[in-house]
Design a protein. Structure first.
Length: 108
């Protein structure tokens, strides 16, 4: 599992996915750490009052989604043994499932 033999477009798409995943992690940690949503989120997403009261849960779920994306792409960007790649993929799926569960627990 490495970049040898892949075309440049696939490599570029994988790098874009990793950068977006890292940005999602950073924004999620910012929201969870500051316990405040960015003003643009409140305006554009039209969050309900019950959703506005849960920035830590939403921020941590967003960070877990970003981590899942980064873990899923890591075996393709770095040369790792096959079992490590499978383990990272499992961790990615668990992270995304935990994030989905966190979103499901949000009070509507």
């Amino acid at each position: 599992m490495n970049l040898d033999g892949e075309d440049p477009v696939t490599t570029a798409l994988r790098l874009v996915a990793v950068v977006l995943g890292l940005a999602t992690i950073a924004l999620g940690v910012r929201v969870a750490g500051s316990r405040r949503f960015p003003a643009a989120w409140v305006r554009l997403a039209r969050l309900t009052p019950s959703q506005r009261s849960q920035p830590v849960r939403m921020g941590s779920a967003q960070a877990m989604i970003g981590a899942g994306v980064v873990f899923q792409q890591a075996p393709f960007l770095f040369s790792v043994p096959y079992p490590v790649g499978v383990a990272l993929f499992v961790v990615s799926l668990l992270s995304i499932l935990a994030a989905a569960g966190s979103f499901a627990l949000l009070r509507r």
